[in-house]
Design a protein around this ligand. Structure first.
Ligand code: DX5
Length: 220
């Protein structure tokens, strides 16, 4: 399995200096930035749109991924690709025509990802293996940062790892929610290669660099 990557969620960042926060996270050593896009419908919270992401694109070269927690992702796919996101992650729960949505993301020139809520299954995966680049297993219920990690999702991560391995395809498996020095190793062992962390990076008393080093240490 590839070396684990740390993905910073900016959900809990200081929005009055978002570009600077992105710079600080990259300088601290994160591998990717995840933008938690929430519309107040699919999830209770409301965050940022494509224009905010576009405004931060020039601060760094690291990959941006858009985690679309929105009721109608098909309506906004091109906006987030144009904003500079190289991976677009839609929720299986919001895509009645998932095969077509993933194909559309690829047509737009981005990598196609699917996120799965804790109570949702992976039964769709075998039918979209050829359209899929990225599989995000939610380890919290989406909508908020700072929630407790749901350890029961490790079985789903392992199931996903088995499906991907048997497919022979280079599909990345990511986990998101409650990732910290206490949970990262188990998530990694279950089969995740990308680990999204928000509050663990943004609220560490010794700062973002120390937070990244702590996570890298438990993932070594
Ligand atoms: C939930 C969000 C969070 C966020 C990370 O919808 O997707 O999982 O990215 O939050 P923490 O790391 O604070 O749990």
């Amino acid at each position: 399995m590839p070396h684990p990557q740390i993905v910073a969620s900016v959900l809990g960042a200081d929005y009055s200096r978002l570009g600077g926060e992105v710079l600080d996270l990259v300088a601290a050593g994160v591998d990717r930035i995840q933008w938690d896009v929430m519309d107040g419908h699919f999830v209770p919270n409301l965050t940022f749109g494509a224009d905010v992401i576009a405004a931060c694109r020039s601060y760094t070269e690291v990959p941006f991924e858009a985690h679309l927690m929105v009721a109608d992702p098909d309506a906004v796919l091109s906006d987030f690709v144009e904003a500079g996101c190289e991976t677009i992650i839609v929720h299986v729960e919001t895509c009645p025509h998932l095969h077509r949505t993933l194909s559309r993301i690829r047509e737009l020139g981005a990598r196609a990802g699917v996120a799965v809520n804790p109570a949702s299954s992976l039964e769709f995966v075998p039918y979209v293996l050829e359209q899929l680049d990225h599989l995000l297993i939610m380890t919290v219920n989406p909508g908020f940062g700072g929630q407790d990690y749901i350890g029961a999702m490790e079985a789903k991560v392992s199931q996903a790892r088995g499906l991907v391995r048997d497919s022979g395809r280079a599909i990345r498996i990511e986990v998101d929610g409650g990732i910290s020095v206490d949970t990262a190793a188990a998530a990694r062992t279950s089969g995740a290669e990308l680990l999204v962390a928000g509050s663990a990076l943004l609220t560490h008393p010794a700062g973002k660099r120390a937070a990244v080093e702590d996570l890298q240490r438990v993932l070594a």
